[in-house]
Design a binder for this molecule. Structure first.
Ligand code: OAD
Length: 232
C-alpha cells in the first residue's frame, strides 16, 4: 500500500510549536503580511529575521511527539511490506526527521536552512540570522533569508508531490486547517484520483466534508491509534 500523508502545524502542537490559526496561534499574535511575504522582507528584513530567529530558537528546544514517532514507524513498516509512505509536510520544523522519518518533503521549506538571494545556495543553519550575516558560499553580506516559502511564493517540490498523489492508495491529512492552497486542494485531487481520504485533526477542518473517514483528537493520541490499525 502507498500512503500519502500531509501534515500541518497541528502535528507539532504537542511539541510546543504553535499553530497558525488556532485561538492563540501565531497569526493571531503576528501579522503574516508584515513577516511572511517577500515584500515584508524587502521592506523590513530586521523584523522578519527577528520573527524567524525566535521560531528557530523555539524549534531547537523542541522534541518530536508521539505523532511524529508513529509516522516514522509507519514509514519503516510500509517499506518492509513493499509499500511506501510519502510524507509531505507544510511544517518548516524538522521534528519528523528527528523522530526518524527518512524521506520528508517540506513543501513550505525548512527553518534550519538559509538561502542566499544572490547566489541561491541553500545552507544548513542553526544560528540567528542578521542583515549583516555573510553567505558561506559567495561571501556576500546581507543576502541570506530563511529557506521558507512565504505568501505569494510557489511551494517547493510540486511535481514530486502530484506524482506521489497519483500513485497513492490512501490520502491522510493530519493537523492542518485546510485553508492554505495548494495543500488544501490535495484532498480534492485524491478524490478525483479515486482513492480513500482520511482526516486526523483536533477538530473538523475547513475541508472536513471532503474526507471519507475522520478521527478527531490530539495528534499524539489519534495518529498512533490510526498507524497501529494501518500496520495491523
Ligand atoms: P493551521 O494553524 O492553519 O491549522 C492547524 C490545524 O491543526 C487546525 O485545524 C487545528 O484544529 C489543528 N490542531 C491544533 N492542535 C492540534 C493537535 N494537538 N492535534 C491535532 N490537530 C491539532 O496550520 P496549517 O494548516 O499547518 O504557511 O497552516 C498551513 C500554512 O499556513 C502553514 O504552513 C503556514 C501558514 O500560514 C506559511 O507560512 C506559508
Amino acid at each position: 500500500m502507498n500512503v500519502f500523508v500531509l501534515t500541518g502545524a497541528g502535528v507539532s502542537a504537542e511539541s510546543g510549536l504553535g499553530t497558525f490559526r488556532d485561538k492563540d496561534g501565531l497569526w493571531a499574535r503576528f501579522d503574516p503580511m508584515k513577516l511572511a511575504t517577500p515584500e515584508a522582507f524587502a521592506r523590513d528584513p530586521r523584523t522578519v529575521h527577528a520573527f524567524y530567529n525566535m521560531r528557530r530558537r523555539n524549534l531547537l528546544a523542541a522534541t518530536p511527539n508521539e505523532a511524529h514517532q508513529a509516522l516514522a514507524r509507519l514509514e519503516h513498516a510500509l517499506a518492509e511490506r513493499g509499500g511506501s509512505l510519502f510524507l509531505c509536510t507544510q511544517n518548516i520544523d524538522d521534528l519528523h526527521e528527528q523522530a526518524g522519518s527518512r524521506h520528508v518533503v517540506h513543501m513550505h521549506g525548512e527553518l534550519l536552512k538559509t538561502r542566499c538571494i544572490a547566489c541561491d545556495a541553500v545552507t544548513g543553519w542553526r544560528e540567528d540570522l542578521t542583515v549583516d550575516t555573510a553567505c558561506p558560499h559567495c561571501r556576500r553580506a546581507g543576502r541570506l533569508r530563511p529557506h521558507v516559502v512565504w505568501f505569494g511564493e510557489m511551494p517547493l517540490f510540486m511535481d514530486e508531490i502530484y506524482g506521489a498523489l497519483g500513485r497513492a492508495d490512501l490520502f491522510v491529512a493530519i493537523g492542518t486547517s485546510g485553508s492554505v492552497y495548494p495543500a488544501a486542494g490535495f484532498v480534492a485531487e485524491a478524490r478525483a484520483n479515486g482513492i480513500r481520504t482520511c482526516e486526523l485533526n483536533l477538530e473538523p477542518s475547513d475541508n472536513a466534508a471532503l474526507f471519507d473517514d475522520a478521527r478527531y483528537g490530539p495528534a499524539g493520541v489519534v495518529v498512533p491509534a490510526w498507524t497501529a490499525i494501518v500496520m495491523a
